[in-house]
Design a protein around this ligand. Structure first.
Ligand code: NAP
Length: 278
């Protein structure tokens, strides 16, 4: 049996085993591959890589705190992983470790399911952490002409925006800045952990939602709870809303394509996974 897994710390909450084993079963590959989970401390990324292959591991996904640690250990890194400096999918092939990042692609596919396209668009991201970085860079690559990155720690937003000075614009988290940036955006994406299950903290002020233009979409990368306070308030104001489940499913679909080296029917897989997970 070929081994696949997700590594992280913590990792017990991860839906990746259920998602990948559901897809493997649907493809008739559950006799060939099994996808598990392994708690690996942040200091043990290299240790895990050293023993993974010997234990029959052919690929894995990485969550916190490994995404950035993995990069220097890769023998090949795809453009998305290189651009955002983090890896969420690793294939152990002949010739070495191949690192990919499917997060940004995952969100773009989820937006596509909702009929949202990026060319010519202005977007505002809340947050400047790892998820915001992969999303910001993917949105500009897909044609967004302005991506505002507003963060509690403005220096972090400034640092991220140096990667693409023309299109990425840093901002702070003040009500004034958030309202001004929201007013010009067709899409607002929460890339912070505010509102996530098991996490303390909440937006102090939601008035930026009122500044959004009519017909705007509010997307939360959080999927547990299924509807965060941000999405509940956005929906009450008549905005179109979406949570992070679509991104989670699509990043996994793209990761499995790398693991098994086979193109999948993405929409069919996403539909199957939505049925399984909700
Ligand atoms: P991260 O690198 O730790 O970044 C966390 C971000 O949240 C930072 O911008 C941080 O601001 C901000 N933040 C945290 N507490 C805050 C507070 N009290 N007030 C204002 N801002 C606060 O985490 P990440 O990996 O980017 O993940 C961010 C979120 O995206 C998480 O909820 C994660 O579950 C979700 N996510 C979802 C998917 C998916 O597939 N749907 C994929 C990846 C991530 P500072 O810089 O000021 O600390």
């Amino acid at each position: 049996m070929k081994k696949l897994c997700v590594i992280g710390d913590p990792v017990a909450h991860s839906q990746s085993p259920l998602i990948h084993n559901t897809m493997l079963k649907a493809l008739g590959l559950d006799g060939e591959y099994h996808y598990g989970r392994e708690r690996v401390a942040g200091s043990d990324t290299a240790l895990f890589l050293g023993r993974a292959r010997a234990e029959g591991c052919v690929g894995f996904n990485a969550t916190m705190p490994h995404k950035e640690n993995l990069l220097p250990h890769m023998d090949f890194t795809d453009v998305d992983a290189l651009r955002c400096g983090s890896v969420n999918t690793v294939c152990m092939r002949e010739g070495g470790c191949y690192g990919y990042n499917t997060d940004g692609r995952g969100l773009v596919a989820a937006l596509g399911e909702e009929g949202l396209t990026l060319p010519g668009r202005h977007v505002t991201l809340l947050g400047a952490g790892g998820a915001a970085k992969s999303v910001a860079l993917k949105l500009t690559q897909q044609g967004a002409v302005r991506v505002n990155v507003c963060n509690r720690t403005p220096e972090r937003a400034e640092h991220l925006c140096r990667l693409e000075k023309g299109t990425l614009r840093p901002g702070d988290f003040s009500t004034d800045t958030l309202c001004r940036r929201a007013a010009e955006s067709f899409l607002l994406v929460n890339c912070t952990s505010l509102g996530m299950e098991g996490t303390a903290g909440q937006f102090e002020d939601f008035s930026f939602l009122e500044a959004l233009p009519a017909g705007a979409t509010v997307c939360d990368l959080i999927y547990a709870p299924a509807e965060t306070e941000l999405l509940r308030r956005a929906r009450a104001l008549g905005h179109h809303t979406m949570n992070g489940l679509g991104m989670l499913l699509w990043q996994a679909i793209y990761a499995l394509e790398f693991f098994i080296n086979q193109k999948l029917d993405g929409p069919a897989m996403a539909a199957l996974l939505r049925k399984t997970l909700t």
